[in-house]
Design a protein around this ligand. Structure first.
Ligand SMILES: [Fe+2]
Ligand SMILES: [Fe+2]
Length: 274
């Protein structure tokens, strides 16, 4: 089973750039094209929040148009830049999205069970797993304690060392860790928000952060370093589930990079089968 995770798409109204600088829509178009060329195709794609930049209906309509060519089934997650009402207005028919309240859900159709959390606190940059959301997760985990499970959430619950971003991490992290620690079947907590590829052991499982499909956050670890965006290559995470081995996460960069045959030393098309 293959899951592609994209994150922090920050889609804009048509023709606009994030912060006046980053053409996030064009970057998402490139990500979709690259995912569609993967062979084998992923079983599903999860977009872990900051789907759009300001939470407007116009942006979600643009998101819908940009994601339409994607061949694999798609699951959407809320981030701090999202707006539940505008999201639901543009995507009213997603079978997995509850009609109201938090956009939290379970996907049961695959060897890996997926649990999606909603960490959004509207109007704030930080995230939260408050008592209601934690209770919901507790009930879902208790339903299938023996099934390998991946939890997707936008805000990472750990301190990354990116000082400026850590102020905006997920609150409620201590209780969340206490709960997840009780479930060794949780193979992964997969997040976004930090616009970098990051991994750490947390709550007895591996917690990973996927890079953005557009701009990244510069690797500046000084306590007084202001968050800085950097146009490092955009990327995605590919989670490969092998029964018996477990969950293997690859970081892939999005773009046209030169590729060469080891055999002939000639330039090859990456996406042509050998
Ligand atoms: Fe973001
Ligand atoms: Fe975010």
């Amino acid at each position: 089973m293959i899951i592609v995770q994209v994150s922090d798409l920050h889609v804009q109204p048509a023709g606009q750039r994030a912060y006046g600088i980053v053409d996030t829509n064009r970057y998402l178009q490139a990500a979709v094209q690259q995912i569609n060329r993967l062979s084998p195709q992923p079983d599903l794609v999860v977009a872990t929040g900051d789907l759009v930049d300001e939470g407007s209906v116009e942006e979600y309509e643009q998101l819908q148009a940009l994601l339409a060519p994607l061949k694999a089934p798609l699951y959407l997650v809320m981030g701090n830049h999202d707006d539940r009402a505008a999201f639901r207005q543009v995507f009213p028919n997603l079978s997995y999205v509850p009609a109201e309240g938090f956009v939290q859900y379970v996907v049961e159709d695959w060897p890996l069970r997926l649990i999606v959390l909603d960490t959004l606190v509207e109007g704030e940059g930080y995230g939260n797993i408050d008592r209601d959301r934690l209770t919901w997760l507790r009930d879902r985990l208790a339903e299938a304690p023996d099934r390998p499970t991946v939890i997707f959430m936008h805000h990472p619950p750990f301190e990354s060392g990116l000082y400026g971003m850590d102020r905006l991490r997920c609150r409620g992290d201590v209780a969340l860790a206490q709960l997840i620690q009780q479930y060794p079947n949780v193979q992964r907590v997969a997040c976004g928000h930090l616009h970098r590829s990051i991994q750490t052991l947390w709550a007895g499982t591996l917690c990973t952060v996927a890079p953005s499909t557009a701009h990244q956050v510069a690797l500046k670890l000084a306590a007084d370093a202001p968050p800085t965006m950097v146009m490092e290559p955009p990327g995605l995470h590919l989670h490969l589930w092998h029964e018996g081995t477990g969950l293997i996460t690859h970081t892939a960069f999005i773009g046209d990079f030169d590729a060469y045959s080891y055999k002939t030393k000639e330039k090859v098309n990456l996406y042509e089968s050998a």
